[in-house]
Design a protein around this ligand. Structure first.
Ligand code: AMP
Length: 280
């Protein structure tokens, strides 16, 4: 497995692979890799001849009071995991490589970027769209792999790839969970033992809403209320949002249809966690 640090090297590698007849898959990450990321690498390996994993803690998607400085950085372990899953390349650029001095170009997906996480994290999706655009332009992958865990991010990136006609297929992979239901997240490392238990309220909410929907309940008001009741029993948790939206537009819907996104975000202590389900 090669480790590349510059856009020019990544572009050269990718073009070489495609000239040799391989399809190229890209798995963008911020590192601190876990089994959720591993599932993306496996999905990429299953459908692409060559796979690059990018590891870059992107400063522009963090707000001024967020955890950029303390975000977990575990590069050696990340390389070992990526290699064990069969990645061919790690792309680990410096901040200066992706944001050259004087960088003034950003990608703003209007409307969508102000919904869900974008509402409580102003500028977050602008940072995400900008860095993913840079990665897709550099790597020119046939497919890029993202987790449903960040479902609003997927909506923003699908819109961006369509609007900019980047030509990369966006592949969305299922949420990987711990045995007790907690969605895997690099930020779970921040949780104390007590907070780890409290955090289960998020996945309980998801299961409850899935069960109601499976029984035929479609009304947003009822589904949202069921979720609110679960959080009401957890006074330690501060809810950021509980929403039922159209997955493409992120606009709230009155009634769930197949493909509607039910999503929650909540603060458990100082840690903000998210979870969601796509209703069937
Ligand atoms: P991150 O490193 O947190 O930016 O995540 C990189 C990619 O991994 C994103 O596409 C995430 O949606 C995905 N991801 C994170 N956690 C999970 C999970 N528990 N299951 C599946 N994919 C995940």
């Amino acid at each position: 497995m090669q480790i590349l640090g510059t856009v020019a090297e990544l572009r050269r590698w990718s073009r070489k692979q495609r000239n040799a007849g391989h399809t190229v898959g890209l798995v963008p990450t911020m590192g601190a890799l876990h089994a959720g990321h591993a599932s993306l690498v496996r999905a990429a390996r299953a459908t692409c001849g060559k796979v690059a994993v990018s590891i870059f803690v992107n400063p522009t998607q963090f707000g001024p009071n967020e955890d950029y400085a303390k975000y977990p950085r575990t590069f050696a372990a990340d390389c070992a995991l990526a290699e064990a899953e069969g990645a061919h390349v790690i792309f680990a650029p410096s901040v200066e490589e992706l944001y050259p001095a004087g960088a003034a170009t950003f990608v703003d997906v209007e409307g969508l970027s102000g919904s869900l996480d974008g509402r409580s994290r102003p500028g977050h999706f602008r940072g995400v769209a900008t860095v993913v655009a840079k990665l897709l332009i550099a790597a020119e992958p046939d497919r890029a792999f993202f987790g449903q865990k960040d479902a609003a991010q997927v909506a923003v990136l699908r819109r961006m790839v369509a609007d900019l006609r980047l030509g990369t297929e966006i592949v969305v992979c299922p949420i990987v969970r711990e045995g007790d239901g907690l969605a895997l997240s690099s930020r779970n490392l921040y949780l104390s033992a007590a907070e780890r238990t409290q955090a289960l309220a998020l996945s309980r909410t998801i299961r409850q809403v899935e069960a109601l929907a499976a029984d035929g309940e479609r009304r947003a008001a009822v589904l949202l209320d069921a979720a609110r009741q679960i959080f009401a029993a957890e006074p330690e948790i501060r809810v950021d949002y509980i929403e039922l939206v159209d997955w493409a537009t992120l606009e709230p819907v009155e009634a769930a249809v197949p493909g509607s996104l039910f999503a929650v975000a909540a603060w458990v202590g100082a840690t903000r966690l998210i979870d969601n389900t796509i209703l069937s």
